[in-house]
Design a protein around this ligand. Sequence first.
Ligand code: NAD
Length: 515
Amino acid sequence: MSVLKIKNPANNNTLYEIEIKQSLNIDEIYKKAHNTFEITKENPLEKRIEALANLQEYILINKEKIIDRIVAETGKSKTDALTSEILSVLDAIDYYKKNSVAILADQNVKTPLLLMGKKSKIYYEPLGTILIISPWNYPFYQAIVPIISAYVTGNTVIYKPSELTPLKCLLEEAFEQTGFIKDSIQIVYGDKETGSKLVEAKPDKIFFTGSVRAGKEIMQIAAKNLTPLDLELGGKDVMIVFDDVNIERTVNGALWGSLTNSGQSCTSVEKIFVHEEIYSRFVTKLEEKINKLTSIENNQDNGDIDIGLMTAEFQIKKIEEQIEDALAKGAKIICGGFRKNNSMYFSPTLIVNIKPEMLIYHEETFGPIVAVAKFDNESQVINLANDSEYGLSASVWSKDLVRADRVARKLRVGNVSINNVMITEGNTALPFGGIKSSGFGRYKGEHGLHSFSNIKSIVIDTQSSKVEANWYPYSTKKYSMFLKVIDSLFSNKSSLIKTAINGLKLEKISDKEKI
Ligand code: NAD
């Protein structure tokens, strides 16, 4: 048995411990999930939505308590917790409450002329047991949003939170008190070995959010079992700033995008490309404004702290390494760049002149760093932006919306904000996900709910004595009539009337030639 010590980044005190039993009975957990699936799949959608509504109310009532738990385990600022975790979760629940009936309703689909007389439909059914594994940076949001997406589509869930910020018992209490079916959401605490065992045990789908490294390991196991999976992995998001922007607003956007959650967000701005015409004015403004931000260091957070703490020691080491490497290769720090008194507070850092040979240019940073580089024309900056292993999101800033749209279309990413930052995530109706090493699959919005469904195609025909023309027996007569149908349907001289006549003739032949 090993023990996880959950630490408060503010003082390094142990908040609580979790024992990980080596004998954790994974089979038992899955058996319970599969048995409960027999109930959840029959639980009407209206009931599932009712549970979501109760959960929304519960979160509204308990928001301060939840924020305190999130802050204690992550060290983030209270406003970061309020807006990016509580508000975003409430909004996601609202979207599902209002839209899941329409999204999951049976759908009528056009039936082509060739299949005359039949009806086509799509049914959205649950898949079974969904394994959700989450990281430490948004422990409430990254738990609730995938869990409710899976639950509202009728699945059962096995959820493994991060070993750094598990929010122990918080979610269990919330689901228990809001009418979620007992055992429909099981929470399994543990580290990556626990995660790996859960992946091995053949869930019906895996929804993973985390690092590229872990994503690859999980995919290897999933491949052995042909378990479908969505991977929401890392990012190296760029912000492209053209020379016609409102500098004040754009600098404010750049600071928030780079520093929110102390930069520990998969979609935080990691690299800002500024047009050379406004580069020095932009950097001066960044410096002026970054120095006005309030930090958690020596301050009580009454909702007025801009920059919180880092959550993980290894993350601090990583940004220190990137900064050291960048400085050695010619980058310049305008302000910040260091950890205060061995604490988890890393000063917000403005670093300029970053170049492709530096680690900070290509690797995910995940820290409170505003990193800036110059560009001189549109096609160059598109190439610079696309020269990345990652493809999560990006932002394009310009008064010229035609140009901004043109650039947005050329960026090899899953999400683009125009004249805003990290805003696509703010709309639950939009699917979220990446390409390249940022992963694949989409969650949220219509696409997201469908991704937790078995998308079942149905064709309904009537009972009659007729046989289909393409059924046995084959004959030369049928064959030549088929050729005519194909020509009348698809050739340059295609005609509906001809197709109908040829189709009727083909039907007649088939009726005559039955076996
Ligand atoms: P991580 O990959 O180390 O861990 C994430 C989760 O996976 C944890 O619960 C961990 O216990 C588990 N895990 C790790 N290895 C595993 C394995 N081999 N098998 C099964 N489970 C395993 O990532 P992290 O450090 O917690 O999170 C930071 C990363 O997450 C960053 O790269 C960040 O960009 C990414 N992230 C992505 C998104 C997104 O939506 N794309 C959102 C948030 C964070």
